[in-house]
Design a binder for this molecule. Structure first.
Ligand code: C2E
Ligand code: CA
Ligand code: CA
Ligand code: CA
Length: 277
């Protein structure tokens, strides 16, 4: 009787789960096909720890749906990938982000913009063409952009990924390995991939001020990066102690709530006018 009850509960949980998934797929399709008004981009500053100046902003997608409310990207990006919608999402992100980047240039700012790509994006060569044509249309250069890809994405089809990344790299695009330390990455990738930057995942940075093992991990990654001549970004910097420690250890770039939360373009212009960075 007990297990019967559990099964009913399990069944309801699953139904809830699939219903939400289905709703996300249907609603995301609508959002992508319509005037895209439900989707938006926010930007989070990164600062160069040597100069204490802003050097880049990371573009992060936001989705506020009428029925579902705010849906976090960690939830809908994965679903979009599985439902075959990620190409449309990435196209939208490219379009919106590069228009915004052009407006940052117009306002006289020279920082780069970091865009997140997903697994399937780097397997698709059409992405290359789309990115290039929007870059040209907006009067920008590949160097104005940085593409963030996660470690685990590279493992799936390493040969194709390396191939496409090399092509993009030859055109002037720069790459960062995101969520560094969380995947099953073989360090050999660092040798063969045209990567300029690694981003230490926030799970190792959030408690950096107090956690001894996080401190060890971060120092190890910084040493490793030095050997490979890579630039290091620490994400998830939430307090001043962590920021100072990273600076002392020679980390190049920091990003996190202590510096700024992700903000809208208007919010970014306001931050640029008022922040000490
Ligand atoms: P990510 O690329 O690792 O992005 C960093 C996440 O950490 C962001 O969450 C950001 O808001 C958050 N964050 C930044 N600083 C701090 C901090 O100091 N403390 C804490 N606790 N969190 C911080 P967000 O915006 O919810 O994005 C989650 C993930 O969704 C991203 O992880 C990325 O994998 C994916 N994502 C977001 N936007 C896009 C996009 O346009 N395209 C693709 N393909 N993926 C995206
Ligand atoms: Ca990222
Ligand atoms: Ca991360
Ligand atoms: Ca990620």
């Amino acid at each position: 009787e007990r297990s019967g009850k559990w099964l009913v509960w399990y069944h309801e949980e699953m139904e809830q789960h699939y219903l939400r998934r289905l709703t996300i797929i249907t609603e995301l399709k609508k959002a992508l096909m319509s005037e895209h008004t439900e989707l938006s981009m926010v930007y989070q500053p990164k600062i160069n720890l040597e100069t204490s100046q802003i050097c880049s902003v990371e573009a992060l997608i936001r989705w506020n749906n009428k029925a579902l409310g705010f849906v976090p990207p960690d939830e809908f990006i994965g679903i979009a990938e599985q439902a075959g919608l990620i190409e449309l999402v990435t196209s939208w992100v490219i379009e919106r982000t590069l228009i915004d980047l052009a407006s940052f240039r117009e306002a006289g700012y020279s920082f780069t913009v970091a865009m997140n790509l997903s697994t399937q994006d780097i397997q698709h060569p059409e992405l290359l063409g789309r990115l290039n044509s929007v870059i040209r249309r907006e009067g920008l250069l590949p160097e104005d952009l940085e593409l963030e890809i996660t470690e685990s994405d590279l493992v799936e089809d390493a040969a194709t990924a390396t191939d496409n990344l090399t092509k993009l790299s030859n055109l002037g695009y720069r790459f960062a390995i995101d969520d560094f330390g969380t995947g099953y990455s073989s360090l050999a990738y660092l040798k063969t991939l045209p990567v300029n930057t690694i981003k230490i995942d926030k799970s190792f940075v959030l408690n950096l001020a107090t956690d001894r093992s996080d401190q060890q991990i971060v120092r190890t990654v910084l040493n490793l990066a030095k050997v490979f001549g890579l630039e290091v970004v620490a994400e998830g910097v939430e307090d001043e102690t962590s920021l100072n420690v990273l600076k002392k250890w020679g980390c190049n770039i920091a990003q996190g709530y202590f510096i700024s939360k992700p903000v809208t373009t208007e919010g970014l212009f306001e931050w640029l006018a008022n922040s000490p960075y």
